[in-house]
Design a protein around this ligand. Sequence first.
Ligand code: MG
Ligand code: MG
Ligand code: MG
Length: 306
Amino acid sequence: MSMYVVGHKIPDSDSICGAIALAYLKNQIDEPAIAARLGELSPETAFILERFGFEAPLFKESYAGEEVYIVDHSELTQAPDDIAKATIVGIVDHHKLGDLTTSTPLECWIRPVGCSNTIIKMMYDFYKVDIPANIAGIMMCAILSDTVIFKSPTCTTADIRCVEALAEIAGIEDFKALGMEMFKVKSAVEGTPARVLVMRDFKDFNMNGNLIGIGQLEVIDLAVFDSIKADLEADIKALKAEGKRHSVLLLLTDIMKEGSEMLVISDDSELTQKAFGKATVDGKVWLDGVLSRKKQVVPQLQKAFA
Ligand code: MG
Ligand code: MG
Ligand code: MG
């Protein structure tokens, strides 16, 4: 029986490229595996797969009765809906430990680095399996994406060394230029419906019993939002009204200025004051230096809800 290797809901490049890279490794060590995904590819991920000649992994939402290797998360809210009816055989992740539990022993590769693909590279080294050039290419791009081309405070020396090694295997001379090309694809937001943008990189978190949804759009210049910001604000308001979330937050991240404007809709009008020491004015707050949802937003909010 093959295991499925699957990343989080609303998959990003780390989840998709990680599933492909880890499924390949598992097959090399005689553990049959199939790469899968829980949602549509983002334009950035589509660009990466096209660049290195890969098809999208299998779209599969239900895993009851299956063996599953989890990539790039350990939170129930981000996992397949029926994960409780599956057997989790392993987790490779670089986030805070979430609330997924298992009834059988499992393999855990969890490290405080900038990207799951950095850990998957460590797994290749551990098993002494060669990485094919095209897989090295997608792993490298995933790391450049997650670390915002090394600018994110989540980026570690291990991530940088890993990109350098993968670039060499993939035969990419100027990996930073390829990274910028990726972020240019990401910055093409005009003409896309507001809801698609809000949900493009959206994660729900359970914070002390409160459901908090946080989206993020990383672009080269925040001016791309000038003509659509009002639509985005209206949409997160609508999204909150549709569900049972305490707050819906949207980070508009400028990777060149290195900071984020956060659009805020919340049951608590003091939320950003409590979490970041800055008041929300007119539904918005500028957070200087904030690039990482995982390291500079989620822990601060979690504290505010403690
Ligand atoms: Mg991810
Ligand atoms: Mg990741
Ligand atoms: Mg990210």
